[in-house]
Design a binder for this molecule. Structure first.
Ligand code: PEP
Ligand code: MG
Length: 538
């Protein structure tokens, strides 16, 4: 039994088999060996297994995506049998007396570097393949099973760290919990865990070399504990608590259909934050009054190219149609910082949170923005859609956005494509936007306060930096004063203001938000009914 502590980012309890996600380029330990023959025999066995795995993958891919896309696995098989590659590994084992894992890792790195240095683009691209087959061999040598997300049974994902693009690609039905060594409580991966109602712990000092996929693990997001191979006693207690949690969730179901009204008659809208079309199910299941934040950038992650206008139109239309007349606020692309997609080619920045992201990309690369706006204006015909722009810092940006929207309207008119101009709001997530919220309120239909970024920019605390989690304090007086200022300025102009950052779901502040005059809280779907319960007690 291994018991470890971490920081919970979503409270819940789960138990099941671990699925260990190893990062491709995790350092492999160099171990001095005496018996080179045994190492070479282990390498041979790992190679044979790799060859069988690749054959299976080839056949599966051929069926699912066609022969030409499946051919990559044939290339991998050929590389696996390449004499130069194998000779280099053998020679390193025998001359340097090192373990096979290390010899494979070093040879993989050397070959990849050689490919990258070549002039031919095709050969350059082989660097990733040689790394891939080396990683496969290392996995086989260490007895680690490859995780096949499609056929995986519901599991606890254990990883060094997860990026938002890795997380969005996972099948949510198959994830019982997340346990990661690194990560910050305010990162988008943590937000995704909360959105998916998945118990998650970060900062767990787990040694990934000691953990194998398939080991039972109990994750307690209340106490911040992960227990690998729990004792019978701990397992039984966990099963009881899981049952109790489920009963509690059932009790909350009684609040469905009831109003978010305080005892003295004040009401507040409680909406859901979502990241994908399929999340609408969670919103409805939890009786959301609407969608207060659809992070549309997740449509752009975990893929090789931009989603087309048609693809986006279908997604937005499906969301508004499914919400059947309830408000759906779709935020335009907020890519950059921790949400990276290679094809955007954003380049490395020293300070990405303050860098080229969100509306800045949209104003500079207007074709990307226009494609999304066309899709949004077209989808607005099918329901109650509003559009919201992220990372606004100036009046000038809003003016420019409106000019682009006008151009998009003209284009749609010219082509006779039906559309509707939706309500347009902005996110207030920079101190600059707070300070000019009186002027901005005159220009827009609503404000939604993004407390995640507002906290980051106001307190000068990088929300991604796990070492700063203790300094990241959204309860800071400065933030609460800013929220009040934004609400007041919205109301003076006759507009509404809500909160869609994580702070909106903080039950300790619900009463305070209502006293401030906040009109809407948009939160993870699982928080809707607990907040309703609190509101009804006020
Ligand atoms: C925010 O910054 O509070 C917000 C809701 O946007 P995101 O977390 O996606 O940056
Ligand atoms: Mg933000």
């Amino acid at each position: 039994m291994i018991k470890l502590s971490g920081k919970p980012v979503y409270q819940g309890i789960a138990m099941g088999p671990a699925a260990v996600l190893r990062k491709e380029d995790q350092p492999v330990k160099r171990i001095r060996i005496a018996d080179t023959e045994t190492e070479i025999a282990r390498l041979k066995k790992a190679g044979k297994e790799a060859s069988q795995q690749l054959q299976k993958l080839y056949e599966k891919a051929k069926k699912e995506v066609g022969e030409s896309s499946a051919a990559i696995f044939e290339v991998h098989q050929m590389m696996l049998e390449d004499d130069d590659y194998l000779d280099a590994i053998h020679s390193m084992i025998c001359t340097e007396m090192v373990n096979a894992e290390f010899a494979v890792a070093m040879t993989g790195d050397n070959f990849a570097a050689m490919f990258v240095g070549m002039d031919d683009d095709y050969m350059k691209a082989r660097a990733a393949d040689v790394k891939d087959i080396s990683n496969r061999l290392i996995r086989n040598l260490s007895g680690e099973k490859e995780i096949d997300f499609a056929s995986m049974e519901p599991s606890v994902i254990v990883a060094d760290d997860l990026t938002p693009s890795e997380t969005v690609q996972m099948d949510k039905e198959k994830i019982l919990a997340f346990v990661t060594v690194h990560g910050s409580a305010n990162s988008h991966t943590s937000i995704l865990a909360r959105m998916m109602n998945i118990p998650a712990l970060i900062g767990v000092p787990v040694n990934l070399n000691e953990i194998r996929s398939g080991m039972t693990v109990m994750v307690d997001g209340f106490r911040g504990e992960a227990v690998f191979e729990p004792s019978e006693e701990i397992g039984m207690a966990a099963r009881e608590r899981i049952q109790k949690e489920q009963d509690k969730i059932k009790l909350l179901q009684e609040l469905k259909g009831k109003e978010n009204r305080t005892k003295d008659g004040r009401t507040i809208n409680i909406y859901a934050n979502i990241g994908s079309v399929s999340d609408v199910g969670y919103a409805l299941e939890n009786d959301a009054g609407g969608i207060g934040l659809f992070r549309s950038e997740f449509l752009y992650l975990g893929r090789d190219d931009y989603p087309s206008e048609e693809e986006q139109f279908q997604a937005y239309r499906q969301v508004v149609q499914t919400m059947a007349g309830k408000k759906v606020i779709i935020r335009t692309l907020d890519i950059g910082a921790d949400k990276q997609a290679d094809y955007f080619d954003l380049g490395k920045e020293d300070n990405p949170a303050m860098g080229y992201r969100a509306i800045r990309i949209c104003l500079k690369e207007q074709e990307i923005f226009c494609t999304q706006l066309r899709a949004l204006l077209r989808a607005a015909v099918y329901g109650n859609l509003s559009v919201m722009y992220p990372m606004i810092t100036s009046v000038d940006e809003v003016t420019k956005i409106y000019e682009i929207v006008e151009r998009v309207k003209e284009e749609l008119d010219t082509n006779g494509i039906p559309y509707k101009v939706p309500e347009q709001g902005i996110m207030i997530e920079t101190p600059a936007a707070v300070m000019i919220s009186d002027e901005l309120a005159e220009m827009v239909d609503f404000f939604s306060i993004g407390t995640n970024d507002l906290t980051q920019y106001t307190l000068a605390v990088d929300r991604q930096n796990e070492r700063l989690d203790d300094f990241y304090n959204p309860h800071h007086k400065a933030i609460l004063k800013m929220i009040q200022m934004v609400v007041d300025n919205a109301h003076i102009a006759g507009k509404w203001a809500g909160i869609c950052g994580e702070l909106g779901a903080d039950p300790k502040l619900t009463k305070r938000f209502i006293d401030m005059g906040i009109d809407e809280l948009s939160v993870a779907p699982s928080m809707i009914l607990p907040l309703r319960e609190i509101v009804r007690e006020i």
